[in-house]
Design a protein. Structure first.
Length: 324
């Protein structure tokens, strides 16, 4: 009852905040920073937490490595430890990070060729969906729930969650007709999951899962196809990419409004992750065909930030009251 009374106190602020939501691409003026790991030939930024710790993948000497960048701009590289038995690690990617600095990703080994999910709990741990040779982890929340995909022996991709040492296939929750090649790409602290799937014609669509309930996500801008949501923050803002023709573009969805954006001067871009401070990370391709990471800042209206912060506090308070 107390949590319900408190919720009504937020209604005036909610009304103000809805009025402050952006209604067009012009309402969001992004401030960009290029992310380039020293001496790397390619940099891909995949996720960012609320401490502005960025994780991703770099290419140096033709080899893929994981990397981190802290909020002071300091870089570190990471390679998954060798699993032994004569198998060598040939590539490492970091693809998700939570507020505690715990990371997830995946790595590849030889003899035989396998791809394992990778996560940093109490030391780095390999994840392998039962009887599967290709498992990848893409996102993690503060409760250590991990999302990702695995590929079966027929080459079909399936989405999963991993929690308390147990995998759960999420394919049945994607209720779109004939959905296939499902990937779970991001998860927030409320357990909301975003990802993508292919329809019977091979076109990509996005999805949101809330308590197992499916919502279709398709960028509704003119000419937009192949929507791929990749990240969701604790305010429910979603980022990802879509195509117009053969060109990929970044998008952010705030309050149901899609906004398209691209790194200035790039020929293509894709947003990968975001935090609760309105910071978005992703990657872009320059006119020479070189891949770089980017950091974008959304200068959102003050009322929107105030509502968002208040709403997170309200949800947390309500959960504590419910447990009392």
């Amino acid at each position: 009852m107390r949590s319900l009374q408190l919720a009504f106190r937020f209604l005036p602020l909610l009304a103000l905040s809805i009025g402050a939501l952006p209604t067009s691409a012009q309402a969001l003026s992004m401030v960009f920073t290029s992310i380039d790991y020293p001496s790397a030939t390619q940099t891909h930024a995949h996720a960012i937490n609320n401490s502005s710790l960025i994780v991703g993948q770099i290419v140096m000497g033709g080899v893929e490595h994981g990397f981190t960048r802290d909020n002071s701009g300091n870089y570190s590289s990471y390679d998954a430890p060798s699993p032994g038995a004569g198998r060598n690690v040939t590539a490492t990617t970091l693809s998700g990070v939570n507020s505690n600095g715990e990371t997830v990703g995946y790595y590849k080994v030889t003899s035989p060729n396998q791809t394992f999910g990778l996560w940093n709990g109490a030391g780095f741990t390999s994840l392998q969906y039962p009887s599967i040779n290709d498992t990848r982890a893409f996102g993690i929340n503060d409760s250590q729930v991990i999302v990702g995909k695995y590929k079966d022996s027929g080459g079909v991709e399936h989405g999963y969650t991993y929690s308390n040492s147990s995998f759960t296939n999420i394919d049945a929750q994607i209720t779109y007709p004939n959905a296939t090649n499902i990937k779970a790409n991001g998860i927030n602290n409320s357990g909301l999951i975003v990802g993508e799937f292919a329809d019977s014609g091979g076109a990509l669509h996005g999805f949101l899962l809330s308590g197992g309930n499916f919502t279709l996500i398709d960028v509704n801008l003119p000419g937009a196809v192949n929507t791929s949501p990749t990240g969701i923050n604790n305010m429910g803002w979603i980022v990802g990419s879509y195509f117009i023709g053969s060109v990929e573009h970044s998008f952010v969805n705030i309050g149901g409004v899609f906004t398209s954006f691209d790194y200035t001067g790039s020929i293509s871009s894709s947003a990968k992750g975001l935090n609760d401070l309105g910071q978005i990370v992703g990657e872009y391709t320059d006119v020479n065909g070189v891949a770089h990471g980017y950091l974008a800042q959304i200068p959102a209206p003050d009322t929107l930030w105030l509502f968002s912060i208040g709403l997170i506090g309200l949800v947390a308070y309500s959960k504590r009251v419910a447990r009392a």
